[in-house]
Design a protein around this ligand. Structure first.
Ligand SMILES: *Cc1c(COP(=O)(O)O)cnc(C)c1O
Length: 363
């Protein structure tokens, strides 16, 4: 049995530190917006090499609150990848703006910068590149277009904690970035969690107020804010796990390298990594027109697998009331992508076993 991702095993590597962290919070008697949150925000900002981190309740809120502070709403358009987790689109829809899909490069899975110009209108306010599956989007040409047209660039870094582009960490590449600490992410909590990182001190201050009922001083409210806070227990757990993140990401890199070496001679689409990018391999995603045969072979062999994502956002029922352009690349990726087991506790032996089954199936 090779599970797709065993979260118990992921957290077992940190069990003593996690238990001590939870005990510390319990013992403190302070459970919301306290010392653990403050310390985590400082430590995660430092990790991302940015001056500001504002923790929030989840990754969707992180994206949504950034858009809100930028005053993006009704009548505005925001460019998003045509292939991403639905949260990227929902963050835009939630503030009343329109998500405008941009097709990806089919081999890197990330937004194709060459397609951005054609998607711009006078109503375009921002671009949300997603660092999908752990690989930073090709930010340099995206930032160039944005600069030319005065657009905000908001990174969706929910799958790319610790990744680098041109030597710099995700989270510091655009105007602001959204992270998720959903349990299955590279840095995962024991529940929901999220954060925003930015170089912009004014934005950071506005977000700190907005996430806490629009309040800087208890019972005094400057804006109609929301309740979107990371709790002290999750902050303490994340602090316990953060010091090992680079080591765990290095292990993922090592496993991914083995997958790529073992699979390159097969009729299988492998992820391409752009020269400037260092992926943190949140997911190992291959492409095959014979996906169902591979899925059946994995089931037979007791190997976990998933599809990220089986239905493109524009073809979801949730977005059926809008007429979308044909988005053939997103549609084809949804039909062909297959995620292989990837986790920081995995061994090369296990990767080889997965690759053996793929070889037996496709040969
Ligand atoms: C997980 C994820 C999110 C949302 O994070 P939540 O914490 O689940 O709200 C947003 N975007 C992408 C690409 C994600 O993978």
């Amino acid at each position: 049995m090779i599970p797709f991702l065993d979260l118990k095993r992921v957290n077992a590597a940190h069990i003593d530190a996690i238990q001590a962290a939870i005990a510390r919070v319990l013992d403190s008697g302070w459970y919301i917006l306290g010392a653990e949150v403050t310390a985590f925000e400082q430590e995660f900002a430092q990790y991302c090499e940015v001056p500001h981190c504002i923790s929030v309740a989840n990754g969707l809120d992180a994206l949504h609150l950034i858009l809100r502070v930028y005053d993006i709403g009704e009548g505005d358009e925001v460019l998003v990848p045509s292939n991403t987790f639905i949260a990227t689109w929902l963050a835009v829809s939630q503030c009343g703006a329109k998500p405008v899909p941009v097709e990806p490069d089919a081999s890197t899975y990330n937004m194709d910068p060459a397609r951005i110009a054609a998607a711009l209108t006078p109503r375009t306010k921002a671009i949300i590149p997603v660092h999908l599956y752990g690989q930073p989007a090709d930010m340099s040409p995206i930032l160039d277009v944005a600069r030319c047209h005065g657009l905000r660039v908001i990174e969706d870094a929910a799958q790319a904690h610790g990744a680098r582009y041109a030597g710099r960490r995700t989270g510091g590449l655009g105007h602001a970035a959204a992270f998720s600490f959903y349990p299955g992410k590279n840095l995962g909590a024991l529940g929901d969690g999220g954060a925003i990182t930015t170089h912009d001190a004014v934005l950071a201050d506005q977000l700190r107020t907005l996430r806490n009922y629009g309040s800087k001083r208890k019972y005094h409210h400057e804006v109609a804010g929301v309740n979107s806070r990371l709790d002290e227990i999750q902050a303490a757990v994340l602090r316990a796990k953060l010091p090992a993140l680079d080591t765990e990401n290095a292990t993922r890199q090592h496993l991914a390298q083995r997958y790529l070496e073992r699979l390159h001679d097969l009729p299988l689409g492998l992820p391409a990594i752009v020269a400037a990018a260092e992926s943190v391999w949140h997911l190992m995603v291959v492409r095959s027109a014979q996906r169902e045969r591979l899925q059946a072979a994995f089931d037979q062999a007791g190997i976990g697998h998933m599809v990220h994502y089986p239905v493109a956002c524009h073809r979801q029922k949730a977005y059926a009331d809008t007429v979308w352009p044909a988005l053939p690349i997103a549609k084809q990726l949804a039909a062909e992508v297959l995620s292989l087991p990837m986790a920081p506790y995995m061994t090369l032996y296990e990767v080889d076993r997965v690759c053996d089954v793929i070889h037996e199936t496709l040969n």
